[in-house]
Design a protein around this ligand. Structure first.
Ligand SMILES: Cc1cc2nc3c(=O)[nH]c(=O)nc-3n(C[C@H](O)[C@H](O)[C@H](O)COP(=O)(O)OP(=O)(O)OC[C@H]3O[C@@H](n4cnc5c(N)ncnc54)[C@H](O)[C@@H]3O)c2cc1C
Length: 476
């Protein structure tokens, strides 16, 4: 079997690592970026651009949670520790080296393997599948895995091309170097990308004002020290074994049971979460930083379940309940499920306290007018520089895969109504003419139909393993 993998980010690394070389004749990986295996997030960048997650949750090898932690211990023993979290939180570029090492080790196991430094423009189903790269070369394959990643930040205010507007912030090493230290900077968005930008501006000694402008003004939560949660009910199996229709109400019942067994009360936690959404974000940040060590498990359990039981529950929920989650609770769930690391929270809090950083919620519009005029809930603010940190919607099609996706749509693949391409959730097989095609797999955020959280490493690793199994190429 000749396998072609389109894209060389974390998803491709997880897939290569999961494939049994005995079941594969050759592997060809296509990637236009100069440094393969790192995808968009894990390229070389400033040391202040950190991973957002502790090592146990960043193993690219499905079923071996300690794979990355062991690599880190070998390559940077005792380094990069976030003292409050009690865990190493290295720069994202370090994680990129882990992906590189894992990919190279995996590739060396195959009899024939190559990396083609070009983007794939289309795939055609002749007698064998044929891939055409943007420079017109053609390659044949029996099976194809699409590992093209997600979208890039969205320019909501039509500012692309305006002097002083940074449409795509990464690598921050390059984009921040162009900003003189005394300028007033507005960062559009208040999620983890915005946190990276603010912390990195501070690390470079930025002396001008920094504003976070967004609709809600809500910051992500702060990680709590990982502890064993021993979740029993709020697991993929627990959700899967619910008898009868799975609804938001019944899921809430499951959460209530889980928390009660840990001596905690869901209604109390839900009330606290609702109060947080309405409270001053700086006060929230201060309170959460003080709670990194708090023994209560409730928030840890909800966060863990959002990534484990969440995707299973999402597939089973009726569309009315999914719509409720998407519209009313999107921001809260995203902030809870993907918190910031304490070191970044402390850096933000220092800036708030020193008056160098503020939050401007209720953003209405931004106009480029020899600088920028930002209309927000409490008035108008001006800035010299605007940096875009608006996350793309989940399951967005990355620009580099636009032509490729169009070619697949032309051959009977379908867009999922909520983004991405329609794929079979059990195997990752692309639906072509409404049926799962065993020759075409999607690994990563392009697979439509999943929850609205962008896939983190554990999700990508699980999908990669599923795809390898569906290809009949996992070790016996
Ligand atoms: C800024 C940022 C930070 C993140 N931090 C974390 C974190 O700390 N922890 C965590 O768990 N998750 C994090 N994530 C989530 C992240 O999406 C996953 O960790 C992971 O990178 C997804 O891997 P991927 O291979 O699906 O996509 P990517 O890493 O984006 O890789 C996709 C690759 O496909 C290539 N490609 C695209 N189109 C084509 C084409 N037509 N032909 C050939 N190649 C193509 C691209 O060049 C790219 O290299 C972060 C995401 C972002 C955006």
């Amino acid at each position: 079997m000749d396998i072609a993998i389109i894209g060389a980010g974390a998803a491709a690394v997880g897939l290569l690592d999961a494939l049994d070389p005995e079941a594969v004749d050759s592997v060809t990986v296509f990637e236009p970026a100069p440094l393969p295996w790192r995808g968009r997030p894990y390229q070389p960048d400033l040391d202040s651009v950190l991973v957002n997650v502790p090592p146990e949750i960043m193993s690219i090898r499905f079923g071996d949670r300690a794979h990355y932690a062991r690599w880190l211990e070998r390559h940077a023993p005792g380094a990069h520790r976030d003292e409050r979290l009690g865990q190493p939180i290295p720069p994202r570029a370090v994680y990129g080296r882990y992906l590189e090492d894992t990919a190279e080790e995996a590739l060396a196991r195959f009899g024939r393997a190559q990396v083609v430094r070009a983007a794939v423009a289309d795939v055609s189903p002749a007698e064998r599948l044929t891939l055409r790269t943007v420079d017109g070369r053609r390659y044949a394959a029996d099976r194809i895995a699409l590992c093209v990643g997600g979208g890039t930040p969205v320019d909501h205010y039509g500012l692309t091309g305006a002097p002083g507007f940074v449409a795509n912030p990464y690598p921050l090493e390059r984009t921040l170097a162009e900003i003189p230290p005394g300028r007033d900077v507005a960062v559009v968005g208040a999620g983890l990308t915005a946190v990276d930008i603010v912390v990195s501006l501070a690390a470079r000694g930025h002396s001008g004002g920094i504003s976070l402008v967004s609709r809600s003004g809500t910051l992500p939560y702060v990680w709590q020290r990982p502890v064993e949660t021993a979740v029993r009910h709020l697991t993929p199996d627990g959700v899967g074994s619910l008898r009868g229709p799975v609804t938001l109400e019944r899921l809430t019942g499951l959460i209530r049971t889980e928390l009660a067994e840990h001596g905690e009360d869901w209604d109390e936690l839900a009330a606290r979460i609702a109060a947080t959404a309405a409270a001053d974000p700086v006060a929230n940040l201060r309170e959460q930083l003080a709670m990194v060590d708090a023994p209560m498990l409730g928030r840890r359990i909800i966060q863990e379940a959002a990534h484990t039981a969440g995707p299973v529950a999402w597939r089973l929920l009726p569309e009315t309940d999914r719509a409720r989650l998407r519209s009313g609770l999107f921001r809260t769930i995203t902030g809870l499920a993907s918190p910031m690391v304490p070191r970044n929270a402390a850096a933000l809090l220092d800036l708030f306290d020193a008056g160098g950083l503020r939050i401007l919620p209720g953003i209405e519009k931004i106009e480029a007018a020899g600088g920028f005029r930002i209309k927000h809930g409490a008035g108008t603010h001006t800035a010299d520089v605007v940096i875009n940190a608006v996350n793309p919607p989940p399951h967005a099609v990355p620009r580099a895969a636009g032509e490729l996706v169009s070619s697949l749509l032309g051959q009977g693949a379908a867009r999922h109504p909520h983004g991405g391409l329609a794929a079979d959730p059990g195997t990752g097989r692309l639906l072509v003419g409404g049926r799962p095609d065993p020759r075409l797999h999607v690994v990563g955020d392009l697979a439509g139909g999943g929850p609205f959280l962008t896939s983190g490493i554990p999700g990508v690793a699980a999908q990669a393993h599923r795809a390898a199994r569906s290809l009949g190429a996992t070790p016996p």
